[in-house]
Design a protein around this ligand. Sequence first.
Ligand SMILES: CC(C)(COP(=O)(O)OP(=O)(O)OC[C@H]1O[C@@H](n2cnc3c(N)ncnc32)[C@H](O)[C@@H]1OP(=O)(O)O)[C@@H](O)C(=O)NCCC(=O)NCCS
Length: 144
Amino acid sequence: MIRFIRADDVLAIRNEVLREGRLTLDECRFPNDNAEGTFHLGYFDNDQLVCIASFHPQNYKEFQGKAYQLRGMATLESHRGKGIGNQLLNFAVVYMRGQKVNYVWCNARKKAVPFYINLGFEIMSDEFDVPVIGPHYVLYLKIQ
Ligand SMILES: CC(C)(COP(=O)(O)OP(=O)(O)OC[C@H]1O[C@@H](n2cnc3c(N)ncnc32)[C@H](O)[C@@H]1OP(=O)(O)O)[C@@H](O)C(=O)NCCC(=O)NCCS
C-alpha cells in the first residue's frame, strides 16, 4: 500500500539505504524536505515502511514548466526487485499529472539508471561524479 508520509518518516530508510547507516537521522534531512509543495511517498508491506521517495518543486536548469525533483528514492534491500519502486514512482507520476506537473527529474546513481529507464525516464546529462557517492546522470521524465 502506498501512502503520503511525513519528512520524518523517510529518514531511517534514507540513512540505511542511501548513506549506509553512517549518519544521524537529522543529517539525512534534505533542505527542501518541508518546503511548500514537497511531498513524500512510502510503500508499506503490511505495516512496515519498505520504500520511499521525496519530491520537491524544482526546475532543471533553464527548463520551463511546473517541475519536481525526485530525491531519496530507496527500497530496503530485502524488498528490492519486486516492482515496489516501480509502483511507487508510477503512483507519484499519476499524482503529479493530476497536479498539472510538466516533468520530473533526478540526479540518478549510475547503478539505478536502468530502473528509471524502465519507467520511461531519459538521460539528460553526461556522467558526473558526486563526492563519496559516485557516478551519476541527470534523468528526466515528461509527464504532460
Ligand atoms: C533503485 C531502487 C530504488 C529500485 O527499487 P526496487 O523496489 O528494487 O525497484 P523495482 O523492483 O521496481 O525494480 C528493480 C529491478 O527489479 C526488476 N523486477 C523484478 N521483479 C519485478 C516485478 N515484479 N515488477 C517490476 N520489476 C521487477 C526490474 O526490472 C528492475 O530492474 P532494473 O533495475 O534493471 O530496471 C533500489 O534498488 C534501491 O533502493 N537501490 C539502492 C539505493 C539507490 O540506488 N537508490 C536510487 C538513487 S538514484
